[in-house]
Design a protein around this ligand. Sequence first.
Ligand SMILES: [Zn+2]
Length: 307
Amino acid sequence: MELDRGLCRTDTRCVRPGPIHLLTCPRCGAFAKDRTIGSGSSMGARFWTDGKGDMPMLPQRPEVARCQACGLVHFPKDATRAGTMTIVEELGAQSYALRVTAIRRKSIPLFSLLRLKVGAWSEEALFAALPVTVATGLTHLQAGSRAEVLEKMGAEVEYVVTIREGYEGPTPREWIEAPDLAPPGERDLLATLARGDFAPNREAVLTLRIKAWQAGNDARRGADSVAAVAWSNEAAENLEALVALLSEDDPDERLMKAEALRELGRFETCLALLARPLPGKYEIVVRTIRSLAERNVPGVAELRGSF
Ligand SMILES: [Zn+2]
């Protein structure tokens, strides 16, 4: 457990916030905060061979979100906007939320608590719902002691710290209490794909498959990319389906396809795709993927160089 790890999107030391749009879930109508950025910087940005970029000082709205009330995976760009809140002041007081990020040991109290929060019964649904926010509005001390109890129950816990915000004009309480838009995990994405929720929409399916792949890779980022990659059956099927879906005529898609093939261990096919010329702006990516494929290395790797 680390103190103060997690998002500090409302912390002006990192990022100057812009207006917050209130989006409604297309299924259950629950609100979620879509935070915009007034100004930020690309300082500390990291990019990876699978196309993922982390920009801590310039957080982006998640392209795909998971409703924290009903679990629906949806595209925030298509969600209805119920209103906008403008932050006028930082009130300064910090509050803490606790999130269960993993289940280290199965225990009855932990499952009872998660069932209450998630509103689902099966163990599978509870695992799929992680991370789950189990407490909000805590002081530092309260958060510390609650986290200790949760860890004894077998949970892995993360703190999320928020600086209390003030808003312009009258603002409904349910807007203030709405959670931030949050991206879905690998299991949610794979389950959405398996149900065929977006099946007729190529762009949507493409995005969901890429996000599921990147989410699966999250646990491997920064680790040794030489190590063998153990994909679950569902994740491997997703990657195969992505390879089949990606076009070789579009340069962006061809590059992504080459990387997916490398991560599946199909190094020769990867190198054959990279042999066709790609625009100069991809030079660092192409060089990195090619060098890994030539050495039969399948893991996701960070891109080094200037962008
Ligand atoms: Zn919902």
